[in-house]
Ligand binder design. Sequence first.
Ligand SMILES: [Zn+2]
Length: 191
Amino acid sequence: MCKRSTKPQVQMAENKPLTPRRARRGCGRLAAMSGKGNPEFLRRAIRLATENVTSGRGGPFAAVVVRDGEIVGEGVNTVTASLDPTAHGEVNAIRAAARALGSFSLAGCELYTSCEPCPMCLAACHWARLDRVFYGASAEDAARAGFDDALLYEEFRREPGARKLPATQLLGEEAWQSFAAWLASPVKIEY
Ligand SMILES: [Zn+2]
């Protein structure tokens, strides 16, 4: 019989995403601490973020997804390693958790991230239907380290045509065909 631990039930020495088998393994669950959050999960994310830097793998960001007091997915920033500009720690953790749980919805889960999410990751948290986000470093801390999200927030406030990355609508009516197909589809899976 195993004792309850104050640490997340994961292998701490490794810096690998959890597989579903590993995600389910573990001798106990941490007490649910919704609302306040459990600092041990945030410490895990911070540790993964630091290891990601010292190993030379990627940027100083990592996140873990927790359900019922148990880590179900982890992710570190792999933008440079995987040649994927969207491979932020939060996105990787969300993908790992969704795979592990076999669901595109992470309702009932919480995300612990080493740093306040960027706009993309914040949106990903919404799309994933996460219940709550806990973060360590602030966006200001990230800016001090050279990761400044302020530009993105400024951009999103501008009209599409006035942005640094201009967005222009073309073929609006033709593009509606995809939505028409969706509305009429008997085989769609709503999400
Ligand atoms: Zn991000």
